[in-house]
Design a protein around this ligand. Structure first.
Ligand code: FE2
Length: 368
């Protein structure tokens, strides 16, 4: 069976937040703005949201204490804060962390008498208060997906909550990328690339999801030289990278992430490596074991000749980002994490043994 479900209303364009004022009115009278500490204020997105809300007399309160890879504890703190302020709806602004947090907070505001265990209670009601998402990085695609990944300190890793939460509205404006540090631009762009790779090399891939992947990779490839640092970023690059990220989100919302994402979580938790770089670390190994016609097809669309070409691009960026070496025990731990998450293996379209996972995990160190 083929299916495609993406119920988020997506509006994209210059100054789209301000021109969408009237759409926000239907969500209620008091909005909770969920952001990280600084970037939403630095890139202008916070000001645009305030202007839009003030224009239609919607009250707003700010929760700007969302850390990178937000924890369950942060979600509960934000939820309790929102309940004290009688919030009607949530606006998440930022990269994957604030957007994923906003989804979980919108769920827990609706289920106001539940405690943190509800986030991981399978089969329970996933109703949530209305949710608007405004991405300011070009990687997570969270604005198009229903997934919210949180940090579980007691398990020393990250894990998706048990609820699928699609936003009512996503507002996309490439201008917010213009002030993004180059390292963050690279890391998040690589995350978008991996979403498209893992959607294509996936048992759930269909012509519908591949439509997003193939077009998204072509759009993504237009800014490859910017990521390499050989050309200045333009507003067209920003629009393209933001759109490719959205298409990565749309495809991953259908297919789910596979082995590279599964391997990445403990790198991020234990070595504090940015999500996109942690996932991209395993992409060459994942592609090297895939059907080579499929691998070459998507690599060519993205502007790479073959797996080795992608690997050398990634290594160049990885070194430029000053990422520390990864100890063998962290990589072996990442393999064990994936073995405990059978769904990642089930949607991988080739047989994967423990040794195959080790090969993928160590591919970046030793190559083919
Ligand atoms: Fe990702």
């Amino acid at each position: 069976m083929n299916s495609f479900y993406m119920p988020v209303r997506v509006l994209e364009g210059k100054d789209i937040v301000i021109s969408s004022t009237n759409l926000l009115k239907k969500f209620g009278k008091i909005a909770l703005l969920v952001t990280g500490k600084h970037s939403a204020k630095a890139n202008g997105s916070y000001n645009d949201v305030i202007t839009a809300l003030d224009n239609v007399d919607i009250e707003h309160i700010l929760y700007d204490d969302i850390e990178e890879n937000p924890s369950v504890e942060t979600i509960m703190k934000a939820r309790d804060f929102a309940l004290r302020q009688n919030v009607d709806f949530v606006i998440g602004i930022g990269g994957g962390s604030p957007l994923d947090a906003a989804k979980a907070i919108s769920l827990m505001i609706y289920h106001k008498d539940e405690d943190k265990d509800y986030l991981y209670k399978t089969g329970s009601d996933s109703s949530h208060v209305p949710l608007v998402l405004i991405p300011t990085t070009c990687g997570s695609g969270s604005e198009a997906t229903a997934v919210s990944v949180l940090t579980l300190h007691e398990k020393q890793t990250k894990k998706s909550i048990s609820h699928l939460i699609f936003a009512e509205l996503a507002l996309i404006d490439g201008k917010y990328l213009m002030t993004l540090p180059h390292k963050t631009l690279c890391s998040t762009a690589i995350d978008a690339f991996t979403h498209m790779v893992e959607s294509y090399i996936n048992t759930k891939a269909s012509d519908y999801s591949n439509m997003c992947v193939e077009k998204g990779l072509l759009i993504w490839s237009r800014s490859l030289d910017v990521l390499r640092g050989s050309r200045e970023l333009t507003i067209d690059d920003c629009d393209n990278l933001m759109r490719a990220s959205m298409m990565g989100g749309m495809s991953i919302a259908q297919c789910g992430t596979t082995i590279p994402h599964g391997l990445s979580y403990s790198l991020t938790y234990k070595k504090h490596i940015a999500h996109g770089m942690a996932v991209g670390y395993f992409t060459a190994g994942y592609l090297a074991k895939a059907n080579q016609i499929d691998a070459k097809h998507i690599l060519n669309l993205a502007g790479f000749k073959d797996v080795a070409d992608y690997q050398s691009f990634f290594t160049e960026i990885y070194k430029a980002c000053d990422i520390p070496d990864i100890d063998d025990d962290v990589l072996y731990g990442a393999v064990e994490d994936v073995l405990k998450t059978p769904v990642k293996l089930e949607i991988t379209p080739y047989e994967v043994s423990r040794q195959d996972l080790i090969d993928i995990a160590f591919y970046s160190c030793y190559g083919a």
